[in-house]
Design a protein around this ligand. Structure first.
Ligand SMILES: *[C@@H]1O[C@H](CO)[C@@H](O)[C@H](O)[C@H]1NC(C)=O
Length: 176
C-alpha cells in the first residue's frame, strides 16, 4: 500500500478521546485508549516520570520528546548496521527516512509549545510516512526479516500517540 494511503487510513482510525481538563494517569489512559495499542502507549508514556502528573500541554511535550529520542536512537542503530553492510540500499533508505523523521519531530517540539497543531500534525504524519518508507525498503517478502521491524513500529506508534494528542488538544469543535 502506498504510504499516503496508509496515512490516510490511519487518520480515519483516529478517534477523539474525551479528556476534559484531566491530568496525569487518567489523561494518559484516555489518550492511550484512543489508540489500538494502549498497553504500548501507556508503558512508553509512563516511562517518563513527568507523565503521571502532566496536563495536556506537558504530556504532548513528553510524547514528542519520547518520539524524537526514539527516532534518534533508532537512527544510531541503523547507522551502526549500515557501517557493517556498506552499499546496502535498504539500510541507506532507512537511514534517510529516520534522518527525516528526527528533523520533523524536532520541529514539532517548538510548534507544540507555540500551539501550532497543524504543524505538529503534519510533522507526525511525515514521521509515520518515514516509518513506512523504511519498512517498505525491505519489501513484502523480507519485511518480517528486517532487523528494523521493532524500530519502524515504535516510530509509527509514537507518532500516532502525538497525533491523538493533537486531536485532543484541538478539541471537539474542529470535528464539526
Ligand atoms: C526506541 O529505539 C530503540 C532503538 O535503539 C529501541 O530498541 C527501543 O526499544 C525503542 N522503543 C521505545 C518505545 O523506546
Amino acid at each position: 500500500m502506498a504510504p499516503h494511503l496508509r496515512t490516510f487510513l490511519l487518520l480515519l482510525l483516529l478517534s477523539a478521546a474525551s479528556t476534559g481538563a484531566q491530568t496525569g494517569s487518567q489523561l494518559v489512559t484516555d489518550v492511550c485508549d484512543a489508540t489500538s495499542f494502549s498497553d504500548f502507549c501507556r508503558s512508553v508514556l509512563l516511562s517518563d516520570p513527568r507523565s503521571s502528573a502532566a496536563d495536556l500541554a506537558q504530556l504532548g511535550a513528553v510524547a514528542i520528546h519520547l518520539t524524537r529520542s526514539n527516532a534518534t536512537s533508532s537512527l544510531a542503530f541503523i547507522q551502526s548496521l549500515a557501517a557493517s553492510a556498506p552499499g546496502d540500499q535498504r539500510l541507506e533508505a532507512c537511514e534517510a527516512a529516520y534522518r527525516s523523521a528526527v528533523a520533523s519531530v524536532g520541529r514539532a517540539e517548538g510548534m507544540w509549545r507555540d500551539g501550532d497543531l497543524t504543524g505538529v500534525t503534519n510533522a507526525a504524519f511525515e514521521a509515520v510516512d518515514d516509518s513506512f518508507h523504511c519498512a517498505d525498503a525491505f519489501g513484502k517478502d523480507e519485511a518480517a526479516k528486517s532487523p528494523l521491524v521493532k524500530n519502524t513500529r515504535d516510530l509509527e506508534y509514537l507518532s500516532h500517540v502525538v497525533l491523538v494528542l493533537c486531536d485532543v488538544r484541538q478539541g471537539p469543535h474542529s470535528h464539526s
